[in-house]
Design a binder for this molecule. Structure first.
Ligand SMILES: *Cc1c(COP(=O)(O)O)cnc(C)c1O
Length: 381
């Protein structure tokens, strides 16, 4: 059976052009970038070319980009790095209740070490309250970390406004932009962002490569001890093929951004329109306006999210349930709980995230099957 993939927030397929750019760095240009002979130098050159391309996607200097092993490592490095470098100044950190586990669990780990964490609420669309942010700032606040776009409900935060507040109080502002990079325009200089995390496999590059932008002048402690790679901030021999792939994916994302956004938005809006028209008792979770172009998240009242997923899987459809966390527990998602959904509604939710290869026909196939499956499951219950 042909696979219909609507789970691009979980991971994306590596683009052909990206893979092709990577291949020479496995068996031909396989040198260590720290080595001085020619295949070492050419690997080093490829890494620096890729750094420029990543920097161009978010409008920073190439020397403000640090390559990491994944988005989670970027988040850990940013948050722990700033916390440890500033702990004499203060130990208070502000984040939100709907962050990815890579941020939430990092903050929880710091809390065990004596840091104090404020978790901002979100409204029913999943947007933080700027007034609550201002009121949460203390003399000892050293870091604000708020995600650019949520991975479950796709809500976009008022990043420029948050950055303005952080700058006013001289607090470092980090954003987890793993879902946003390549899907919405990002300009760290214009927006006033100090640190930003991104990940290769969410933008058509491979798994196991990430990057962290750190504005020049921001101090952070290194996360990985060892050699002097990445200006002595991230030890470990560079993942040259991964870095080359990420660079290519960023360049393609920058060049295609307008078309890509429009394409995803059309698919998403068609899906939302048809679901609301054809399936009764559904609820769109998140914000209608402030939303990632490719994200839709619906609750289907009276239907168990996991059962829905299994039935969709039988039709070759890949989507994601918003209800269970990755550990397989049946607790409702912390994001859906934070936007005020009761447990049963949260557990009836389905996230579909569209990608560049999806077509209108794919969306039709999805809606038709969804309609039939939801009807059948509701009859049974
Ligand atoms: C996927 C994701 C991450 C983690 O990235 P990895 O590269 O898988 O470690 C972090 N934050 C958000 C918002 C994500 O969607």
């Amino acid at each position: 059976m042909e696979i219909k993939y609507f789970d691009n927030a979980a991971t994306t397929k590596v683009k052909k052009e990206v893979l092709e750019k990577m291949l020479p760095y496995f068996q031909e240009q396989y040198g260590n970038p720290s080595s001085l002979y020619s295949i070492g130098r050419s690997a080093k050159k490829a890494v620096e070319e890729a750094r420029k391309k990543v920097a161009q996607l978010i409008n920073c200097m190439p020397n403000e980009i640090y390559f990491t092993g994944c988005g989670s490592e970027s988040d850990n490095t940013a948050i722990k790095g700033v916390a440890y470098a500033n702990q004499k100044k203060g130990k208070h950190i502000i984040t939100s209740k709907i962050e990815h586990p890579a941020v939430l669990h990092t903050c929880q780990a710091l809390a065990k070490q004596g840091f104090i964490i404020t978790y901002l609420d979100v409204n029913k669309e999943g947007i933080i309250d700027l007034e609550q942010l201002r009121n949460s700032i203390r003399n000892d606040t050293i870091l604000i970390s708020i995600m650019f776009a949520n991975n479950e409900i796709g809500t976009l935060q008022p990043i420029t406004e948050i950055a303005k507040i952080a700058r006013m109080y001289n607090i470092v502002f980090h954003t987890d932009a793993v879902q946003a990079c390549g899907n919405v325009p990002i300009d760290v200089k214009k927006m006033g962002i100090d640190m930003l995390s991104l990940s290769g496999h969410k933008l058509y590059a491979p798994k196991g490569i990430g990057a962290l932008y750190v504005r020049n002048g921001i101090e952070f402690e290194k996360f990985m001890d060892g050699g002097h790679q990445e200006k002595n901030k991230r030890s470990g021999t560079e993942n040259v093929p991964g870095i080359v792939g990420l660079g290519e994916a960023c360049e393609l994302a920058k060049n295609n951004l307008n078309y890509h956004m429009k394409h995803l938005q059309e698919l998403r809006d068609e899906y939302i329109m048809q679901v609301e028209e054809k399936i009764p008792n559904v609820k769109l979770n998140g914000s209608r306006q402030m939303r990632l172009p490719g994200n839709a998240n619906f609750s289907f009242e009276g239907v168990e999210g996991e059962t829905l997923l299994l039935n969709l899987d039988a039709k070759g459809i890949c989507a994601s349930s918003g209800s269970a966390c990755t550990s397989g527990s049946s607790d409702p998602s912390h994001v859906l709980t934070a936007i005020g959904l009761p447990k049963d509604i949260a557990q009836s939710s389905l996230r579909t995230t569209f990608g560049e290869e999806n077509t209108k026909e794919d969306v039709q196939y999805l809606v038709d099957n969804l309609q039939e499956i939801v009807n059948n499951l509701r009859k049974l219950s």
